[in-house]
Design a protein around this ligand. Structure first.
Ligand SMILES: NC(=O)c1ccc[n+]([C@@H]2O[C@H](COP(=O)([O-])OP(=O)(O)OC[C@H]3O[C@@H](n4cnc5c(N)ncnc54)[C@H](O)[C@@H]3O)[C@@H](O)[C@H]2O)c1
Length: 309
């Protein structure tokens, strides 16, 4: 099952998801409405595959074959023609996603599975206008999708349980670590954890407690160091739950509880400073520096993957 997969949206996430399946010998259609996005995606996939070849994780031949299994297209009907599984990775705007699902449902049969890589929309909202809500599922990958192991799978009461099982099996088959949520919550598991951290990091930054560099060092040299192998709940067991209880009582009332995008982030976005993709965010990435940074990050992630396996 699942030999033909369509990935819709060839941005930060879509290109990595396409690469992942191509490396797992699936035939992949990667669709985007902009040819420039597809060109950028192809370049990123080539860079990533070259790095995996350099690291000895793919042979040159396997790398070439993987790239050849990805068909880049701006034609939605072409992308969907043979698809058994469609993974939507277009921007996180609900109206755009609804419009896309409507087009998909006009083009494919009711047996085709539609998955979204949404970061936080509930599944019930995503399939609100759909003819066949039972074939919708959330497959939430992490950037870079071809390397980070976790995939969160979200289902609701109406979801066909056979589809949930098949998607979980597929994720194991392509080397991922899937987790199926028992209940629908905004942000799923990992983004609730991530954005709790992000809210606090931005609070520290805005209140000049430390520089961006030092906030990042504090994370990388403590929690990040631990969390690749020991989760937050296990970590509490190691620390002693009585001590954790004291700290919760003392510290939780002092933590940030902002309910909107914090000012520091809002200001950068308004200035068009979107991070690596525009060359500046909390840090600057001039010229080739962005490509180098991504290469270095993925290089280290590959080493971590080796260590974890
Ligand atoms: N960036 C992340 O770290 C991350 C992680 C997990 C999940 N997600 C989710 O994945 C989805 C995609 O995010 P991203 O970061 O890849 O976004 P992105 O902006 O990098 O890419 C989106 C792509 O979709 C294309 N696009 C826009 N409208 C389209 C349409 N109607 N039809 C086809 N293509 C269209 C754009 O040209 C672009 O290439 C979002 O739902 C996001 O929340 C993102």
């Amino acid at each position: 099952m699942f030999q033909h997969i369509a990935v819709l949206g060839a941005g930060v996430m879509g290109h990595g998801i396409a690469q992942l399946f191509a490396q797992a010998k699936k035939d992949v259609q990667l669709y985007d409405m902009y040819p420039s996005s597809l060109e950028k995606a192809k370049k990123s996939i080539k860079n990533s595959i070259s790095m995996l070849i350099e690291k000895g994780l793919l042979t040159k031949e396997e790398g070439e074959q993987s790239l050849n299994r990805i068909h880049f297209t701006t034609e939605l009907p072409t992308a969907l023609k043979q698809a058994e599984l469609i993974i939507e990775a277009i921007p996180e705007v609900i109206e755009m996603k609804w419009e896309m699902y409507q087009k998909i449902e006009e083009l494919v049969g009711s047996e085709v599975i539609i998955a979204s890589n949404t970061s936080a929309f509930p599944l019930t909202l995503l399939h609100e206008h759909s003819k066949y809500p039972e074939r919708f599922i959330i497959m939430h990958f992490f950037n870079p999708a071809q390397l980070v192991p976790l995939v969160e799978i979200v289902k609701v009461d109406v979801t066909n349980e056979q589809i949930v099982n098949a998607i979980e099996k597929l994720m194991f088959e392509v080397g991922k670590s899937p987790v199926v949520l028992q209940k629908e919550v905004p942000g799923f598991i990992a983004n609730r954890l991530q954005f709790a951290v992000i809210r606090e990091a931005l609070w520290l930054f805005e209140n000049n407690v430390a520089s961006a560099e030092d906030i990042d060092i504090a994370m990388k040299e403590s929690l990040g160091f631990r969390y690749a192998f020991i989760g937050p709940l296990e970590s509490m067991d190691f620390g002693g739950l009585d001590t954790m209880d004291y700290i919760c009582n003392n510290l939780l009332p002092k933590l940030s509880d902002v309910k909107e995008t914090p000012h520091a982030l809002q200001t950068l976005v308004e200035k068009g400073k979107l991070g690596v993709k525009t060359g500046e965010g909390f840090y600057t990435y001039d010229g080739e520096k962005a490509v180098e940074k991504i290469k270095k990050r993925d290089d280290l992630f590959v080493e971590l993957l080796k260590l974890k396996s």
